[in-house]
Design a protein around this ligand. Sequence first.
Ligand SMILES: [Fe+2]
Length: 175
Amino acid sequence: MTADIATAPTPLTLDRLAALTAEVAEEVRRGLHEIRFDAENRWSVRLHADDHTDVWLISWTPDQSTRLHDHAGSLGALTVVAGELVERYWAGGLRERTLADGGGGRFPLGHVHDVVNASDAPAVSVHAYSPPLTAMHYYEVGGDGALRRTDSVLTTDPEPGAPTLDGVPAREGVR
Ligand SMILES: [Fe+2]
């Protein structure tokens, strides 16, 4: 499920977003940003926000994952800073790829994916969205093998319900 990225209401391209997450990942490697790990609730912090882009730092303890989702009207990109993540994404069926330290992904409009730390070590990743995230749609694959949207959440946080740096859930009760 991809769409023409020229229709995205942003002057940024997927290439620029990917470059941005790589730049911020380098800042994280240099120790410029605090990272916390929380095995109970996934942890994230917004590092940057402007009219066109928001950038998030997200940590993953073993087995932590998202659900199948898209980023509504936003393009996205991520760079893995430490550890290893597995991205499961929809391409007419569920496919899987491993994103190792330094690797990453680009998410055009309509990209549906789930991200999981399938390793036994913590992982850290930097994510960027443009325009800034406003909503996420969640999906499941039915018994017939078809992708079905199950719910939608209005949120500016790619980890709705996860604790922020202040320890306050960005959106209570929504996962
Ligand atoms: Fe995502």
